[in-house]
Write a protein that binds this ligand. Structure first.
Ligand code: F6P
Length: 407
């Protein structure tokens, strides 16, 4: 269980949701349990700051009850089949509260790792309050200045009793000022270390990530999968339309990064851009193993069992001597961490299966849907990740008339 720790308006919920999306995408079934939401559902929204005053015994009791009932629900959920990570999203701002949480978790045989978010820059806190808190159901119909004043008073109540994590708290990571500095204690094992690595790299900057498949290839035209063919004449045309589109949108902005796979069709698609590109082997198309360079029809005729098995479970099916979508997701982990770390726009020119995997991460899709996402040729998918969710625009640069099987 991951236990968030931090004063209000530090970005705990945003971090919790981002972690949940990342872990779920990697295949660790995860869920966020938010105590604020439970308070609003149980008591109705709109408690004023006095409710959060630690010297208000009724408020204190009500808050503790709510927090523990959400914790119990999380522990119940975690015991279900296949569940891996529960994220407990609350302030958990005193040692006393954390001890209570830890004891319950230990009794339920659940490992605990704390994630503390510290923001020392008052301007960042103020921006968080204005951008997210004032539009919360707690302040519906309340004048913005009055709401901001009340929320600051709420923060002050928490500050008066706040205790940062200490060694006695056990396993934790503390992120200070959006990763400017990171402190940790007792982090052992693969998953806890992966979580820390992700948190260190995850940025909150809003910038665009563009995804596009290569232009139509000779193999697309012939209806064959995999291979390393060059672009068809129509594919070459797309490469130049893409270059003009990028020039129109980014003009002389030299911060745009361009990534391709190592396969000819993506490298040729990037060529008219005339910019430095990074070639990643991990962006190469799904390895179709013994089915590489065949058409779907040939696979169905010569290896009907393989064809059927893939149709039954496209996410888990692994081509003999090749890869499954799950394998592709695993190898793209590195790319996701890099995309999270970059503050500049990135254009990724890759392949159908690879882009499905990247897209499903940004759009927070159920894993089983990933292999079925529509990623047509000759279309730029322009994503703008925001604090909560991701805005998508699709720009088709040519009429989508297929001149072969390009699915
Ligand atoms: O057909 C183009 C292609 O990129 C193939 O090289 C690849 O095997 C396939 O798409 C992946 O899509 P699907 O998983 O739907 O077969």
């Amino acid at each position: 269980m991951l236990v968030m720790v931090g004063l209000p308006a530090r970005g705990k919920t945003h971090t919790a949701q981002k972690l949940c999306r990342y872990l779920s995408w990697l295949g660790y079934e995860s869920r966020v349990f938010n105590v604020g939401e439970r308070r609003r559902a149980s008591l109705g929204a709109g408690q004023s700051h006095e409710f959060f005053d630690p010297n208000n015994p009724d408020g204190l009791l009500a808050r503790r009850k709510l927090a523990l009932s959400v914790l119990d629900e999380l522990l119940d959920w975690l015991h279900g089949e296949g569940r891996r990570v529960g994220i407990y999203d609350a302030t958990n701002s005193t040692s006393y509260r954390r001890q209570l949480v830890r004891r319950r978790c230990e009794a339920a045989h659940c490992e605990v790792q704390f994630v503390e978010i510290v923001v020392s820059d008052e301007a960042v806190v103020e921006a968080n309050v204005r951008e997210t808190k004032l539009s919360s159901p707690d302040y519906v119909g309340v004048d913005a200045d009055h709401a901001a004043h009340d929320f600051r008073a709420r923060i002050a109540h928490y500050e008066s009793v706040y205790e940062s994590l200490r060694e006695e708290d056990g396993s934790f990571v503390r992120l200070i000022d959006r990763g400017r500095s990171v402190e940790m204690n007792g982090i052992y094992g693969y998953l806890p270390a992966r979580i820390v690595f992700f948190l260190i790299n995850a940025q909150t900057t809003t910038r665009q990530i563009w995804l596009t498949r290569h232009g139509e290839s000779e193999f697309n035209l012939a209806g064959l999968i995999g291979g390393d063919s060059s672009l068809s004449p129509r594919g070459l045309q797309y490469a130049s339309s893409l270059a003009s589109h990028v020039r129109r949108r980014f003009a002389d902005d030299s911060s745009l990064e361009i990534w391709t796979s190592t396969l000819r069709r993506t490298v040729e698609t990037a060529a008219p851009l005339n910019r430095a590109t990074l070639r990643w082997r991990v962006l190469d198309e799904i390895d179709a193993g013994i089915c590489d360079s065949l058409s779907y029809q040939q696979i169905a005729e010569t290896m009907p069992r393989e064809f059927e098995a893939r149709a039954q479970d496209k996410l888990r099916y692994r081509y003999p001597r090749g890869e499954s979508y799950r394998d592709v997701i695993q190898r793209l982990d590195r790319v996701i961490v890099e995309l999270e770390r970059y503050r500049t726009p990135v254009l990724v020119i890759a392949h159908q299966a690879v882009l499905r995997a990247l897209y499903s991460y940004f759009m927070d899709m159920p894993r089983d849907d990933c292999p079925h996402v529509s990623i047509p040729l000759h279309t730029v998918i322009e994503l703008t990740p925001k604090a909560y969710g991701c805005v998508e625009e699709r720009v088709a640069l040519e009429p989508l008339v297929s001149s072969g099987s390009s699915s």
